[in-house]
Design a protein around this ligand. Structure first.
Ligand SMILES: NC(=O)c1ccc[n+]([C@@H]2O[C@H](COP(=O)([O-])OP(=O)(O)OC[C@H]3O[C@@H](n4cnc5c(N)ncnc54)[C@H](OP(=O)(O)O)[C@@H]3O)[C@@H](O)[C@H]2O)c1
Length: 267
């Protein structure tokens, strides 16, 4: 199957107005798949939609939704309407706080968890069901190395990213037999406007070895059929700071699923 046959005709990109989200939209359009572009700011979304429509002759839909709002998923579903969604990319998810747990208001952490956990959970549930019924599709949860354990100054962020890691591993195992690909793309330092703003606020520039948003999106889309994890900059069998490679974690998911099936007499 071509990319468009497997993941078209529509993709939903949550967090599409800049950085990796914008790159996903461009690269998906190049493959002939239309996008519903979601973010808070209308102007960059409209500019991206116009660029894609002019270059690829594809329709784009834009919707300004605050993904941290309790009704965000419902607003995303409203924007999608009855379009057939073959690809859902959860990209928005950076930590806008960058502070010690007690130095930020609790509401700021609740917003982060709402956006990175509840909205992702609801959207994934809403889009994965029809994909399973059709026997094809893709779900990509953009992640961070923070998913592998708690780190000072980013506790709730780490927790929310760990949720995405576990959800992706579980869904990969559950949906693979139905032809739906699930990947969590574990990013490292990447040159996005948000990362630049974050570093500038701390009086720093971004490290020279930061990945480009273009490359990260390209690799994510290439690895989508080979979930559940892609660790940026590492081969499938290479261990990083966590001492676990993507291949080792995949083996764990498969081994536990096999054990559980045996225990339940399902094999
Ligand atoms: N950049 C890095 O170095 C790095 C490293 C590791 C992991 N990551 C991961 O990569 C992903 C992208 O990161 P990023 O650096 O581009 O920052 P980001 O803050 O996640 O922004 C990405 C996009 O999400 C949108 N967005 C953010 N909050 C939103 C909200 N509440 N509602 C709707 N849209 C929202 C932004 O648009 P609007 O502002 O227009 O809403 C933007 O289009 C995140 O999941 C992050 O955790 C990034």
């Amino acid at each position: 199957m071509t990319f468009a046959e497997r993941y078209g005709p529509w993709a939903v990109i949550a967090g599409a107005s800049e950085g990796t989200g914008r790159e996903f939209a461009r690269q998906i359009a190049k493959e002939g798949v239309s996008s519903v572009l979601i973010a808070r700011r209308s102007e960059p979304l409209a500019a991206l939609a116009a660029e894609i429509e002019a270059e690829y002759r594809l329709r784009c839909v834009t919707a300004c939704v605050d993904l941290a709002a309790p009704d965000a998923a419902e607003r995303v579903f409203e924007a999608v309407g009855d379009r057939e969604v073959g690809l859902y990319i959860s990209n928005a998810g950076g930590d806008p706080n960058g502070e010690a747990f007690l130095d930020a208001e609790v509401g700021a952490w609740i917003d982060l968890v709402q956006r990175n956990v509840m909205t992702v959970l609801k959207c994934t549930h809403g889009f994965a069901g029809p994909m399973k019924a059709r026997g094809r599709g893709g779900i990509m949860l953009v992640n961070s190395g923070a998913c592998y354990g708690g780190l000072a100054m980013m506790g709730p962020y780490c927790g929310s990213k760990a949720f995405n890691l576990c959800l992706a591993e579980a869904l990969w195992a559950e949906l693979k037999p139905s032809g739906v690909d699930v990947l969590t793309l574990v990013m490292s330092k990447t040159d996005t406007p948000e990362f630049r703003r974050y570093m500038a606020a701390k009086g720093q520039s971004i490290p020279e070895d930061s990945a480009s948003a273009y490359d990260v999106a390209r690799v994510g889309l290439e690895r989508l059929p080979y979930g559940p994890i892609k660790n940026w900059g590492e081969e499938d069998d290479q261990t990083g700071m966590t001492n676990q490679s993507a291949a080792q974690r995949r083996e764990r998911v498969v081994a536990v699923q096999r054990m559980t099936r045996e225990m339940m007499g399902q094999d």
